[in-house]
Design a protein around this ligand. Structure first.
Ligand code: AGP
Length: 367
């Protein structure tokens, strides 16, 4: 049967509202709610002894890989290489014997990712795909498939598949960390508990669309928008910029906040909104000081933070949106939602074709 929009204006709006359910359904595949442990996924390698892991994807899926790299490295102490599939397929990198690769894709049909898969297969790596379509080519060509449970995604701009992919990768990072002796059972239970709370927080965020609409009105006439963050939120800043570009055709860049001084700060004046993902936590002070520098040059700071980060940011930011305070581990999943909502509302205000942005295809099956 054809999938409808229900009472929503666009598929993207409907799919944004599916974030809580999709994150919950995906987590339930991996986490045992009684023991708060991640069930050992069937994998073609042993995470305890894996020497190195490759992560590959395109567009938003690549940004999921980037976020996962922070998780695998910091939590599981696993060396990770991460690349866009279109580069990886031609790089011919030296591969570690006994290594593995994970390919993230909503469609499971993306040409570059399939080619990267072939290259890594010929280099003797074991292959895992993380896909949303069980009968896809990538699912068939990998040793193991881990499913995201997002359901069909119609909007060209990826939303719920993105948070479902992040949810799978977060569970794997916890599982690998446990297998590698990097965390104990108590820490595993604490982290999975933080994950299991995400759907509820996501639902609350979706209720705050009036606040996001006000932010959207603020940036809709900008020519350029900068998104800044540090650590595991840096890829989410890039996701925010990617979504804004594809939906509203406004030029946007996601930058590591600490890189500002090395170039992009030259762009900043009062016409450039600077969107910051800056929750309280170990990197808060560092990011806040970068933002203050941008504000001192006339930049209009729009900050996403939590109740602990808000007071310091309110001193110089023109708008501060307070998100639920969560464990830093799950902050990337939660922050993805308001940046996607923001891009959606800017597109609606601009009157662009939200579900079918110009020049874009849902699955890029040719090189
Ligand atoms: C996301 O909003 C984009 N439309 C795009 O970057 C997408 O994530 C990319 O083309 C990858 O597609 P896949 O997940 O089907 O491989």
């Amino acid at each position: 049967a054809a999938i409808g929009k229900g009472n929503y204006r666009h598929f993207m709006e409907k799919e944004l509202h599916e974030h809580p359910a999709v994150i919950g359904d995906t987590l339930r595949q991996y986490v045992d709610p009684a023991t708060r442990a991640v069930a050992r996924p069937a994998l073609p390698f042993d995470p305890a002894t894996l020497p190195r892991l490759w992560l590959s994807g395109c567009g938003s899926a690549f940004l999921v890989c980037n976020t996962a790299r922070y998780w695998f490295e910091t939590l599981a102490r696993l060396p990770v290489d991460c690349d866009v599939a279109s580069e990886l397929r031609y790089r011919d990198p030296p591969l570690t014997e006994g290594g593995a690769a994970m390919f993230v894709s909503q469609s499971g049909e993306t040409a570059d990712n399939l080619a990267a898969m072939k290259l890594l297969r010929s280099g003797g790596q074991s292959l895992v795909s993380v896909v949303n379509v069980p009968e896809s080519t990538m699912a068939r060509e990998s040793d193991t498939t881990l499913m995201t449970v997002a359901g069909p995604e119609i909007s060209v701009a990826s939303t719920k598949a993105f948070t479902a992919q992040l949810s799978v990768m977060a569970c794997l990072a916890i599982n690998f960390a446990r297998a590698r002796g990097a965390i104990d059972a108590a820490e595993e239970a604490r982290l999975t508990a933080a994950l299991l709370e995400v759907p509820e927080h996501a639902a609350r965020l979706l209720d705050s669309s009036t606040e996001i609409e006000a932010l959207a009105a603020d940036i809709k006439d900008a020519r350029d928008v900068l998104y800044l963050a540090r650590g595991s939120l840096f890829p989410i800043a890039m996701e925010g910029a990617l979504k804004l570009k594809e939906l509203s055709y406004i030029h946007a860049e996601g930058y590591a906040a600490g890189e500002m001084k090395h170039g992009p700060i030259a762009l900043i004046d009062s016409s450039v909104p600077v969107i910051a993902l800056c929750p309280s936590g170990p990197l808060f002070e560092k990011t806040a000081s970068n933002l203050q520098e941008a504000a001192a040059r006339g930049g209009r700071i729009i900050a996403f933070t939590d109740e602990d980060g808000a007071p310091a940011l309110r001193r110089f930011a023109s708008r501060v949106m307070v998100l639920p305070k969560v464990d830093p581990f799950v902050a990337p999943i939660l922050h993805a939602i308001p940046v996607q909502m923001l891009a959606y509302h800017v597109a609606v205000l601009k009157g662009t074709d939200v579900d079918q942005p110009r020049n874009l295809a849902k699955a890029v099956t040719v090189e």
